[in-house]
Write a protein that binds this ligand. Structure first.
Ligand SMILES: Cc1cc2nc3c(=O)[nH]c(=O)nc-3n(C[C@H](O)[C@H](O)[C@H](O)COP(=O)(O)O)c2cc1C
Length: 186
């Protein structure tokens, strides 16, 4: 069984990310092979990287970094739920990823993205590059949610069979990679 952290990457007031992440969490909660936990990046209140040491040293001085590190270190696998800001992932998520280093190593990560016509895919591609550079295995099975704002009713994302099939397909692959990578971690 893999410990899967589903991370809400947007932290701004009035953000829509939680509606998308709630759906991911609901589907992942009944997916074989994972124990899914929804992690709200906003609740960690991470400032822009304010640690004096390189994160690979894991000599964190601040309680916010220690809390973020401890939560992410628990995970065997991640799904990052990201919006698209100017064809890129939000600074909140990029910063949170760069606050840590070893916590990510040899773990699998999938991306669920949302946006307008692009479904956030441009953001997802940039994010996959970053997470690969950090030692994670980025799945190719990204799940986009195009025109997402028209699909949210009272904070709930309206989904369909195709979307669920796509998400379950990504989770299937995540379980395979997650189990394969486990023995590679000391
Ligand atoms: C700074 C900024 C840049 C944005 N750039 C894009 C973009 O490149 N592509 C897109 O589809 N939507 C873009 N949008 C619209 C977002 O898709 C929309 O605001 C969405 O709700 C953002 O996710 P969030 O509410 O979880 O933060 C942008 C929004 C903001 C605030």
């Amino acid at each position: 069984m893999l410990d899967l952290k589903i991370v809400i990457g947007s932290t701004r007031p009035s953000r829509k990310g939680p509606a998308v992440a709630d759906w991911v969490h609901r589907i992942a909660s009944s997916h074989a092979g994972v124990t899914a936990e929804l992690v709200d990046l906003a609740s960690f209140d991470l400032p822009l990287l304010d640690e004096p040491n390189h994160p690979a040293m894991q000599k964190y001085e601040h309680a916010h970094t220690k809390a973020w590190s401890a939560k992410m270190a628990e995970g065997d696998a991640y799904v990052f739920v990201t919006p698209e800001y100017d064809y890129f992932a939000p600074a909140s998520l990029v910063n949170a990823l760069q606050c840590l280093s070893k916590e990510w190593d040899r773990k699998v990560a999938g991306v669920v993205c949302y946006g307008g016509v692009s479904g956030g895919l441009r953001s997802a591609q940039e994010l996959r590059l970053l997470i690969a550079n950090q030692g994670m295995m980025p799945l190719k099975q990204t799940v986009p949610v195009p025109f997402f704002s028209g699909k949210i009713e009272e904070g709930t994302l309206e989904t369909n069979e195709e979307m669920e099939k796509g998400l379950n397909g990504m989770l299937d692959e995540l379980v395979l990679w997650g189990e394969a990578l486990k023995p590679l971690r000391g």
